[in-house]
Design a protein around this ligand. Structure first.
Ligand code: ADP
Length: 516
């Protein structure tokens, strides 16, 4: 890499000196939660363009000086590396200054945003302009709808699947050309953010978890505020209840009784949203069963806890709630709490545990990283499996035993999308405790390797583990990765965009291997 004085001067010309950081000043964009001997990539510089033209100028400099870049929208991908690049010395292209809400269309239910718009900003914009719309937000709302959706993140409420609800992208390619996908490929077409297809192959997926282009605007689906929302919190009596809970909820998700995803968490992960570990247990190793039981009882938690929302006219939300209640009778000892809100309720009157289901973004759950005390840090493990009892039980056994064997508490659960489930384990640690930090690293490698041996794989990961995980997606001698690398070589022959992202590296032979 050639980040010399000339390259820095050229970058400065693109964005102005106040929007370029380098050397030690670029450490703002290193992973704040780096752990163990995980490869700590330090950005060589951070450049913050405010417009497509400034971004194109940055790309021209990168091409001329062969600078590897790393794109972030707001860089809040915390737990998965934050704004940190995959390769040491890369220039982080931080799009936080491109932060305009370009349109809100109530009639058709969408907004058009730039990458620097945060969930918090979009929500504030909707409130300020009196738009009666409901958006889907993740538990922590300081990231951006575009960055989160491109990483295949999810939220709650009916539009929870964020990548599915992006519609119509504007993308700047490595050579500086601006592309609009779907109907946006036709000048002035009013359906750009309404119909993904367009005419010909659909390219949107090429820009998700990808290093093929930089997304500079996107349509994001919103829904009209429903007349009512009923939030449901299910609490179960036994640590064995996760499989029966999945068996009960899956048909309700698949037949549309529950219109969103359902998130299921064990007592420890919910307790970490409300308290710190030393209050419950200060001994070494994973918290023992009796301490978990005492903690769950003291906080009024179930051993497993599910939450989801029901949306629509009160006659429908009440009918849906009655069906859910009846189904849950099959699970001995399970309790359900529900709260009914009108869709336009004043957010100040919403119970904090219901914010996500009502699309109200916040930052309170950052405290989960402080579970073990010390300097809070966390990383997350996210594994995909079929939403069946057998698979969920197997994943739980695999993750819990591995986490506890390394002396950590298993704080996690499943996000149930209907057909699939994503097992989540939140690994909180004290960043300044070298032993703890080293054990997180070992644990992460073990989790990946054991999962892959069992036939599962994460869908998302910290940059340091991207190659390891990409290796697992190996059907037919990594044919899919070869296709991606062939596209990479064609679109970005100098390899300037996020080299190594998801294990896709520029300059490898791609499909030019001999497979005859
Ligand atoms: P968040 O919105 O949660 O802050 P980030 O900005 O950290 O998310 O982005 C997460 C990841 O998504 C980045 O590491 C990058 O790989 C990808 N990404 C984010 N924004 C863009 C974008 N505008 N264009 C292309 N890829 C992006």
């Amino acid at each position: 890499m050639n980040l010399n004085e000339r390259a820095l001067a050229a970058l400065q010309t693109c964005v102005g000196s106040e929007h370029l950081r380098y050397h030690d000043d670029a450490r703002t964009h290193a992973d704040p939660y780096a752990f163990g001997s995980v490869h700590r990539a330090h950005p060589g510089a951070v450049v913050m363009p405010a417009s497509v033209d400034e971004l194109r100028a940055v790309l021209a400099v990168a091409r001329e000086h062969r600078l590897p870049l790393w794109t972030v929208s707001t860089g809040r991908n915390l737990g998965y590396g934050g704004a940190s690049p995959r390769t040491d010395g890369a220039v982080v292209v931080d799009l936080q200054r491109m932060n305009r809400v370009l349109e809100v269309n109530e009639e058709l239910g969408y907004a058009v945003v730039e990458p620097g718009v945060r969930f918090l900003d979009l929500y504030a914009h909707l409130q300020q302009h009196g738009h009666r719309m409901l958006m889907s937000v993740p538990d922590i709302g300081w990231g951006s709808p575009i960055g989160n959706a491109l990483e295949r993140g999810f939220g709650y409420a009916p539009l929870w699947d964020h990548s599915a609800h992006l519609c119509g992208l504007e993308v700047v390619m490595a050579n500086g050309r601006v592309v609009r996908t779907g109907m946006g490929a036709m000048d002035g077409n009013a359906a750009w953010h309404l119909y993904k297809g367009g005419f010909g192959p659909s390219l949107d997926g090429l820009f998700q978890q990808s290093n093929l282009g930089i997304v500079t605007r996107a349509g994001v689906n919103l829904m009209r505020q429903p007349e009512s929302v009923v939030t449901c919190h299910v609490k179960t009596a036994s640590s064995d209840d996760v499989a029966p809970l999945v068996a009960l909820l899956r048909p309700l998700l698949l037949d549309g009784t529950i219109q969103s995803n359902a998130i299921i968490g064990n007592a420890t992960v919910i307790a970490s949203m409300m308290s710190e570990r030393p209050r419950w247990w200060s001994g070494p190793g994973a918290m023992p069963e009796h301490a978990v039981v005492a903690m769950a009882d003291a906080l009024g938690l179930g051993r497993w806890n599910a939450r989801f929302g029901l949306y629509g006219h009160p006659s429908m939300t009440r009918a849906r709630a009655a069906i859910v209640r009846e189904a849950l009778q099959a699970l001995p000892g399970a309790r359900i709490e529900t709260r009914e809100y009108s869709g336009d309720i004043d957010p100040a009157k919403v119970h904090p545990a219901d914010h996500a289901q009502l699309g109200i973004p916040g930052t309170a759950l950052v405290r989960m990283a402080a579970w073990r005390g010390g300097t809070p840090a966390h990383t997350d493990f996210s594994l995909v499996c079929p939403a069946t009892e057998a698979h969920v039980t197997r994943q739980l056994g695999l993750i819990q035993s591995t986490v506890e064997a390394q002396g950590f508490d298993y704080a996690g659960g499943f996000t149930l999308g209907g057909r699939h489930a994503i097992a989540l384990a939140l690994l909180s640690f004290d960043k300044d405790n070298a032993d703890e930090s080293a054990r997180v690293h070992t644990l992460f490698e073990q989790l990946i390797d054991k999962s892959v041996s069992a036939g599962y794989a994460p869908y998302r990961a910290h940059p340091a583990f991207m190659d390891r995980i990409s290796q697992a997606y190996g059907f037919n001698d990594h044919a899919l990765r070869d296709v991606a690398e062939s596209i990479k070589n064609a679109l970005d022959p100098l390899g300037i965009l996020s080299p190594g992202k998801q294990g896709i590296w520029p300059g490898r032979p791609g499909l030019n291997k001999d497979h005859t």
